[in-house]
Ligand binder design. Structure first.
Ligand code: MTE
Length: 315
């Protein structure tokens, strides 16, 4: 990503995540001593935030293709969240004290019953676990056990007008607590959008947690989107506004680099990014590259939505 000319961070300052995770593991084990090592060997987390999440791969939930979820440690320490920093390994510490309560989400635009929801309202929707693949446009992926509810349930409450055709999502801009938004190179706030039928699709999830716990700030607390058949940048974090619109909403990455990041952003191994192939990906925690699947492996569920579209044109 990061298409525009921003000061470059020397690659020597970016630790490959495997090295980083090994180092974290080492520091953790050294800190907790022999008892801690034993616990870790038994597959039990010893950190406060990830308590009771399985480190042992055999105990983790699996996606419908049989692949295990990434560890809590991986999911919460390798993040894209430009409002904080462009350095994936740096998001967690910068976002640590980001205030996520109280929080309100304004749902309006072309709806009959506009409404402001607070998080208690949103947690009243039936929460379910969905183990989804997340494929970043940059060529890495994870499997994440999200907790949330279909966006369609929220949309039905506000009764979209017949003129509504798209849904726009807007992320918070908190100048005091998000150092990245000081960058004048980016068109804050982070905005994203979906076609209304995509937004209504059962796979489209409003996420409040992962591994059975409330989201941490680095993953988009208190409310984010998960649209598993699209590149990860479609899944906005820290949503404060949801608007129904008549025409295609402008979106953050499309404004930054329109020829590189389209509105649709469906995962597609046959449509390369102008600067790299999308045919393969690296699952975080693995060294080999995997084949990328059409619609990230969800073609059976969502292929119909694009039946009459040229996916090379509508990238
Ligand atoms: N949402 C906001 N507000 N800001 C961002 O920078 N990055 C996106 C998406 N949502 C981003 C965002 C990208 S590029 C990806 S791959 C996913 O968040 C990463 O989600 P994760 O850090 O929970 O894995």
């Amino acid at each position: 990503m990061r298409k525009i000319d921003v000061p470059k961070i020397p690659s020597s300052e970016i630790t490959p995540e495997q090295v980083y995770l090994n180092r974290r593991q080492f520091i953790k084990l050294a800190a907790v001593g022999a008892a801690g090592s034993l616990l870790a060997a038994c597959g039990v987390k010893t950190t406060s935030q990830g308590e009771n999440t399985p480190t042992d791969i055999s105990e983790r939930p699996r996606d419908e293709l049989g692949d295990p979820a990434n560890s809590f440690e991986e999911i919460t320490n390798y993040n894209n969240y430009y409002e904080f920093t462009m350095v994936k390994e740096g998001v967690a510490s910068l976002a640590k004290n980001f205030p996520t309560s109280p929080w309100q989400v304004e749902v309006g635009g072309l709806v009959h019953k506009p409404r402001i929801f607070d998080m208690d309202d949103l947690r009243r929707f039936p929460q379910e676990e969905r183990v989804y693949r997340l494929r970043c446009v940059e060529g890495w992926s994870m499997v994440i056990p999200w907790l949330g509810f279909p966006l369609s349930l929220l949309l039905k409450e506000v009764e979209p007008m017949t003129s509504a055709a798209f849904v726009k999502f807007t992320t918070i801009v908190d100048r005091e607590n998000m150092p990245g938004v000081k960058s004048p190179f980016y068109p804050w706030p982070y905005t994203e959008g979906l076609r209304l039928d995509e937004a209504y699709h059962d796979l489209t999830l409003l996420v409040t947690g992962l591994y059975g716990k409330d989201l941490l700030p680095q993953n988009g607390a208190p409310l984010r989107l998960a649209v598993p058949w699209k590149y990860g940048f479609k899944s906005s974090k820290a949503i404060v506004k949801i608007e129904l619109t008549e025409s295609t909403p402008p979106t953050f990455w499309n404004i930054v680099a329109p020829n590189e990041y389209g509105f649709y952003a469906n995962v597609n191994p046959q449509v390369p990014h102008p600067r790299w192939s999308q045919a393969t990906e690296r699952r975080i925690g693995e060294n080999r590259r995997r084949e990328t699947l059409l619609f990230n492996g969800y073609a059976e569920q969502v292929g119909q939505l694009y039946a009459n579209m040229d996916l090379r044109v509508n990238y």
